[in-house]
Design a protein around this ligand. Structure first.
Ligand SMILES: CC(C)(COP(=O)(O)OP(=O)(O)OC[C@H]1O[C@@H](n2cnc3c(N)ncnc32)[C@H](O)[C@@H]1OP(=O)(O)O)[C@@H](O)C(=O)NCCC(=O)NCCS
Length: 251
């Protein structure tokens, strides 16, 4: 890359013309779905029918999870403070981290590296436990079994994507739950991680999948807050318990 002239292999822009990965956007508007277009821009090539169907499922699976996740709470709180839609949605996106949505990245990395190294589920879980680490993509605050994961894995099966990453992801759940009553389901982040790994996506795109899928949900929540609630309404935690020092005087 020259120091003065940036290059990109994503989109060619000229007066009156836009080509994404070589395809004219004017043709894409009529002929490609949003999921096909997301696949194209991330992978650089048009998806097969099975890849397009799977991509639709991946994007639908994480569109929203109600009002309680950190991203929706942050987005609504920032809007309620008197800020714009874009600031509120950006605040929601900023909460996406290793414990919320972002687990896709680290889970996909672990699955991809384990498959390359030929590491099995039992060895992997032993290694994580010895390091005192949690397995990203497993466990859920609400679901004992995450319904989205099953639906995604069924779709992956129908689309012909079941392979070593998905098999390892399923074996890991059994291994994590072995000898304990604790439910550690493969959550939607883990299922997405396994499927995108099977589809050949780099693990570093993991958080990107969640951001692309969740942004419409965030916009809907921010719009609802804006149009149905008064600014600075009482936001949770309601009351808020004080746990600091007793009342005292400055000596
Ligand atoms: C999602 C998550 C925060 C939900 O947590 P939770 O249901 O409130 O469970 P807790 O954090 O109270 O943990 C309960 C127990 O399960 C264990 N546990 C929870 N998730 C675990 C995981 N992914 N791997 C290994 N152990 C896990 C904890 O170590 C804890 O064990 P302990 O009782 O022996 O101390 C948690 O499962 C997690 O951190 N998962 C990894 C990150 C992730 O996948 N996030 C995406 C969520 S959609």
């Amino acid at each position: 890359m020259s120091e003065t002239n940036w290059t990109t292999s994503i989109t060619k822009t000229a007066a009156g013309e836009l080509r994404v990965r070589g395809y004219a956007i004017t043709d894409m508007i009529a002929r490609l779905s949003f999921a096909q277009t997301v696949f194209l821009i991330l992978k650089g090539q048009l998806p097969t029918e099975a890849e397009a169907r799977m991509m639709e499922g991946l994007l639908v699976s994480s569109i929203d999870h109600g009002i309680t996740p950190p991203s929706n709470l942050a987005a609504r709180t920032v809007l309620s403070g008197g800020n714009s839609l874009n600031a509120a949605v950006a605040a929601g996106i900023l909460t996406i981290g290793d414990s919320h949505g972002g687990a896709i990245e680290q889970c996909a990395r672990i699955l991809q590296e384990a498959v390359v190294a030929g590491e099995d589920a039992a060895t992997l879980v032993r290694r994580l436990k010895a390091a005192g680490k949690r397995m990203p993509g497993y466990g859920h605050r609400i679901h004992a079994r995450d319904p989205r994961s099953n639906a995604l894995l069924e779709l992956a099966d129908q689309c012909g994507f079941t392979g070593p990453h998905i098999r390892l992801a399923a074996a890991l759940m059994e291994e994590l739950e072995r000898g304990t009553d604790k439910k550690l389901p493969l959550n939607v982040d883990g299922a997405i991680a396994a499927v995108i790994s099977e589809m050949g996506f780099d693990w570093r795109l993991g958080k990107g999948f969640f951001i692309i899928a969740r942004t419409p949900g965030l916009v809907a929540h921010v719009f609802e807050e804006w149009t149905t609630q008064k600014p600075m309404r009482k936001l949770g935690p309601l009351g808020g318990e004080y746990a600091g020092p007793a009342d005292r005087e400055i000596p």
